[in-house]
Each structure stands twice: as structure tokens, then as C-alpha cells.
Design a protein. Sequence first.
Length: 66
Amino acid sequence: MLERLKSNERVTLIRVSVSDDACPVCFSLQGAYPKDRAPKLPPDGCSCPLGRARVFYEPVLAEIFP
């Protein structure tokens, strides 16, 4: 997923979104990052419930329609 977002010309930033029940490690990553600085998910040290990180990538687009 991350590589696909990085290669898309319309994506200007990569947002890391976090669920309400995420652990502190995941919450610390919340925000928008330049493509070359987006953190690896799941993060090291994640202690989210059920052993599944509650964090994901979203694109920030330069334009919505061509």
C-alpha cells in the first residue's frame, strides 16, 4: 500500500490515521508526512488490542479529479 501511494503523482502527502482504541505507540504516529518520511506500519512496539495495529495510511491528494 505504501509503495503504491508513494508512486502516485497525485499524492502529495501520506496521512497516518489512528483508531480511537489504538495504543500510545500508534497514536504517536498520527499526522501527515512527506512521501519519503512516512513511517513503516505496523510500528515497532505496538501494543494494540488483539495484537493488530489500529493505524493505517490515507493519501492527501493534489487533485481529486483529472
